[in-house]
Design a protein around this ligand. Structure first.
Ligand code: CUA
Length: 328
């Protein structure tokens, strides 16, 4: 699975890997979930077993008289058992859950941890690395946490509009992104690879297309990615016509391409758009065909998308696609 570009389409649910943790907070959550499941399974087997026993043992037999069998009321022992046992189960599960929550939320940020700010938007993820001067979208790149030069990632979560929820099951539990509030969480992926996730709080019509990718790199690869992202946008003379279309259309009011007149903040930063695997927060793979369809009519790719169709003619669309794909 690591690095497979197609993961997230069709196989989305299985690829989430709720029971396949790859990071410290997710390990602890799977432990609690497994314990709760084991207890629930035990209760299920006990109840169904007793029910089956009662059905067979006390079934109606030929020769039974008419009317109800003798009705028995009150058994202190049984009533005590079915009161005390559930209370114990609830207490044990509460304590284990509370211990896990405190352990995860109380973890101190180690020196050297990577700091990222993720801002939820309808319906995409803004990803900023304040200390590195990088802004990207929908694909969070981090170093693996293990090894001599590894580091966990601490994430500040904010929202630009409504409540969203950051959820990458193999890395950590869900944490909400709430307007006018800053939540924190952390991830510590052990292995390099691609970890898929999605918004887990209903946030409007395209909530289901608010997908998220976390790419964990060995340190050297991560440093190369950082260097590439910090570089200004590529200027390819062959795409000058497309660049002119971009810079003279309302694109620049909402998008930033560093080094150009485009400094909008409402939509995703496009400085290195073509380095990303997906488009429109995972609604489509990033290639010339889907990019053109998206620019022609975003609503057709992602109904309700807040990006308007720019009513460009076919030639300008082709030029614009050509230009955007040079932004590696
Ligand atoms: Cu954002 Cu659901």
């Amino acid at each position: 699975m690591p690095g497979a570009p197609g993961v997230g389409y069709g196989s989305r649910v299985s690829a989430l890997g709720v029971f396949d943790p790859a990071s410290a907070p997710a390990d602890a959550i799977v432990e609690v979930a497994t314990l709760a499941l084991a207890i629930a399974a035990g209760i299920f087997v006990t109840v169904v077993g007793l029910l089956a026993y009662a059905i067979v043992r006390f079934r109606a037999r030929p020769g039974d008289g008419p009317g109800e069998p003798p009705q028995v009321y009150g058994s202190d022992r049984i009533e005590l058992a079915w009161t005390v046992l559930p209370v114990l189960v609830v207490v044990v599960l509460s304590l284990v859950t509370a211990r896990t929550i405190y352990a995860i939320q109380g973890a101190a940020q180690p020196p050297g941890a990577l700091e990222v700010t993720v801002v939820g938007h309808q319906w995409w993820w803004e990803i900023r690395y304040p200390a590195l001067g990088i802004t990207t979208a929908n694909e969070l790149h981090v170093p693996v946490a293990t090894g001599a030069d590894g580091a966990p990632t601490w994430i500040d979560l904010e929202s630009a509009d409504v409540a969203h929820s950051f959820w990458v099951p193999r890395l950590a539990g869900k944490t909400d992104l709430i307007p006018n509030r800053r939540n924190r969480m952390w991830i510590a992926p052990r292995e390099p690879g691609l970890y898929v996730g999605q918004c887990a709080e209903f946030c409007g019509t395209q909530h289901a297309h608010m997908l998220l990718r976390v790419v964990a790199h060995p340190r050297a690869d991560f440093d190369r990615w950082v260097a590439a992202e910090r570089a200004p946008a590529a200027i390819d003379p062959a795409a000058a016509a497309g660049r002119r279309v971009f810079e003279t259309t309302a694109c620049i009011n909402c998008h930033t391409v560093r080094g150009t007149v485009a400094t909008g903040r409402f939509g995703p930063d496009l400085t290195h758009l073509a380095s990303r695997q997906t488009l429109a927060a995972g609604a489509a793979a990033l290639d010339a065909v889907s990019l053109r369809a998206w620019l022609e009519d975003p609503d057709r790719v992602k109904p309700g998308a807040l990006m308007p169709a720019m009513q460009l003619d076919a030639a300008d669309l082709d030029r614009l696609v050509e230009y955007l794909l040079t932004l590696r």
